[in-house]
Structure formats: C-alpha cells, structure tokens
Design a protein. Sequence first.
Length: 249
Amino acid sequence: MKRLLLFSDDQLWVRHTPEGPSCLFDADPAAFALTEPLPAYAAEEVFAAESAEPPAPGAERVSLRALFDLVTPQRYAQAGLARQLLHWRRAHRFCGACGAPLQRHATERAMVCPACGHTAYPRINPVVITLVARGDRILLTRKAGGLLPFWSLVAGFVEAHETLEQAVAREIAEEVGLRVTNIRYAASQPWPFPNNLMFGFTAEYESGEITPDGVEIAEAGWFGRGDLPPLPSRVSIARRLIDAFFTLA
C-alpha cells in the first residue's frame, strides 16, 4: 500500500479526519490506470493517480484553489505538481512527430516514442504577470466575459523568441494601451491550471491613456489602498504582488 493523491478530472478527493482535512489515501498504485510518482515530502512516498469514484466513504471532490486553505503549503505544492503531471500524461499518449503510442521513459520524467525516439517532457508555459504602479496607485483590470468576480493584474503568455521583459511591455501595451518603464522581476509561482509558470514583475507607468482591448480586458483603472475592488485569492501571485506593494507603499 502507498499514499496517493487522487484526482477526479481536475478536482482532488479530500476526506475529513480527526486531525482535519486530508487529501492522502492508502491504496495500491497498480490498481489505477494512470499513476505518477511524486517527489517525497516529509520522507513519505506519494503517488498521483486518477479515480472517478470516491476512494473512501465520505470523500469529497475539492478544487485545487479551494485546497489552498485546507492543507500545508508543502502539501498544496505537491498536489499542484500532481495535477500538472496527470494532465501531462493524459495529453501525451501519442507521439507528436509520428503518432505512435508513447512509453514512459526508463530513467527520466518523460514520455518517449519507441518508433522514432521523440521525447516529450512535462510541458511548462511561461506567463508574465505585472503590477504597474503610478505613484501610490496600481493598475487593476477586469477580464472580459464576466467569468471572474475580481480584478487582477495584466498577464499573458510569453511568445516565441521573446524575453520576459519584452513580454511584459507587449502585454500591457496590447491589453490596456499603456507604456511602462523600470520593469523588474519580483517572484515566480507554478500555476498548474494546467501547466503555467508565472513570472511576476513590477513596472512603473510611463505614458498613455488606459484603453482596454475589449477582448481580454473589459475594464481597467488606477486604484489606491482605500478604493480597491474585489481582489484575487491569496493563493495567487497576483495577490502577493498587490499585498507587497501596499505593505511597502
């Protein structure tokens, strides 16, 4: 028997114990069609696997975002890695070069094609997210479509042959029509939804008038400490950048 993190689609099974919520279950990894070993945490061997059915009586499905407030930061990071790896395994069953079924690499975390030798590693998409300051106010945006009930920072994927700093300037210009200066790296965060790596930056307003593109961004504006709109959860690097700015301001 091993300790497993079990997912149903993109939600994690969680059970209530006398010690509090737990997302670990004792089971044989061989009983599941798709499993992936995880780096050891607290000297325990843990696997990720998929289970459509509840693994124990009373188990409930919880989103990874909701899990943030239920477990330790180390366990949350382990669950995020598990979700990302399972998504990778589901999306890399066949070779992208010749179409043959892929096999697990013998020594690396990779899928390899026995026909042509093509090797597929876990995918990571680089994303830049930037806190733009103008004096003691920051730029916040609301996504188009009305799906997210909060305002956040400008973010976007890094394009081919582009530096992170170039991506920061381009995304801000494209989405809200502003030019920025003094672009500085702040922090990074794995974001397994499903496989992003967020690079957090700060920048200062240089010129331009806010002009939301209407495609990615519906509204944007400058906000100070006293008039902040609803913000992202503290699970996100966006919130960490915002909190850090007003702590230091």
